[in-house]
Design a protein around this ligand. Structure first.
Ligand SMILES: Nc1ncnc2c1ncn2[C@@H]1O[C@H](COP(=O)(O)OP(=O)(O)OP(=O)(O)O)[C@@H](O)[C@H]1O
Ligand SMILES: Nc1nc2c(ncn2[C@@H]2O[C@H](COP(=O)(O)O)[C@@H](O)[C@H]2O)c(=O)[nH]1
Length: 193
C-alpha cells in the first residue's frame, strides 16, 4: 500500500536509534522491522526480537532488499520483513546504518521517512555503549571501524532528504520526535536544515 510509511532511523553506534524505535513502538504502536545479522548477540538480546541472529550460511539464504557489512559483520533487511510489520500498522520503524538508509530512500522514495540521529559531541557515544554493557573489545573494534566514522556525519546522499534529530537530552528528543511524527501523520512537510 502506497500509504504505508517506514521511519528509517539511522546514525552512528550508540546515538540512540534503538531507543527511538522503542519509544515509537511503546507510544505509537509502530512495529520495528527485525533485521538479520551475523554478529553475536549482546547480553539481553534475543533472537527474533533484537535481530534474527544468523550464521554465514543461513544469512546467505535470505532474500534481502539491502545488505551491508558493518564493523566486520553482515546485516540485512528484507521486503518480507517490511510487509510483516505493515500488516500490523501502516507506520513502522527500521534501524539501519547510513548505507542502508540511502538504499531505502532510493528504493522506497516518499514511503521512507529518514531520521538521521546526531549528538553534539561524538565522544559521548563510547560512554553510552559502555553503560549499555557492550563488551569493551567489541566497543574498541566498533568505534575504530570505517562504518562508525562514516555514520557520525550526515551523508551527502541524505542531505535535503533526512530529518536531523539531535539526541543529546532524551526528554528534549521525545518532544521533537512527537512533533515530527504528528506532522508526518497529518501530512505536513517539515522544514529541514
Ligand atoms: N539522550 C540520551 N542520553 C543518554 N543516554 C542515551 C540517550 N539516548 C539513548 N541513550 C542510551 O545510550 C545507549 C545506546 O542507545 P541505543 O542502543 O538506542 O543506540 P543505537 O544507536 O541503537 O546503537 P547501536 O547502533 O550500537 O545499536 C543505551 O544505553 C541508551 O539507553
Ligand atoms: N543497512 C543495514 N544496517 C543495519 C541492519 N540492521 C542493523 N543495522 C545497522 O548496523 C549497525 C550496527 O548494528 P549493531 O546492532 O551491531 O550495533 C547499526 O548502525 C544498525 O542500525 C540492516 O539490516 N541493514
Amino acid at each position: 500500500m502506497k500509504n504505508n510509511k517506514v521511519f528509517v532511523i539511522t546514525g552512528a553506534t550508540g546515538v540512540g536509534k534503538t531507543t527511538i524505535a522503542r519509544y515509537l513502538q511503546d507510544n505509537y504502536r509502530m512495529p520495528r522491522v527485525i533485521t538479520h545479522t551475523t554478529r553475536a548477540p549482546r547480553d539481553r538480546e534475543m533472537d527474533g526480537v533484537s535481530y534474527y541472529f544468523e550464521n554465514e550460511v543461513s544469512f546467505e539464504k535470505k532474500h534481502f532488499l539491502e545488505r551491508v557489512t558493518y564493523a566486520g559483520s553482515q546485516y540485512g533487511s528484507s521486503y518480507e520483513g517490511l510487509e510483516l510489520a505493515w500488516q500490523k500498522n501502516p507506520y513502522i520503524t527500521i534501524v539501519l546504518d547510513t548505507a542502508g538508509a540511502i538504499t531505502y530512500a532510493k528504493e522506497l522514495g516518499e514511503q521512507a521517512i529518514i531520521i538521521f540521529v546526531t549528538v553534539t559531541s561524538p565522544d559521548v557515544l563510547v560512554e553510552r555503549v559502555q553503560v549499555r554493557g557492550d563488551d569493551p573489545t567489541a566497543v574498541k573494534q566498533r568505534v575504530s571501524s570505517p562504518e562508525f566514522l562514516r555514520d557520525v556525519t550526515l551523508p551527502t546522499a541524505l542531505q535535503h532528504i533526512a530529518y536531523e534529530l539531535e539526541n543529546d537530552d532524551w526528554s528534549r528528543t521525545k518532544v521533537r520526535l512527537d512533533l515530527l511524527v504528528n506532522d508526518i501523520m497529518n501530512g505536513r512537510s517539515i522544514p529541514q536544515k
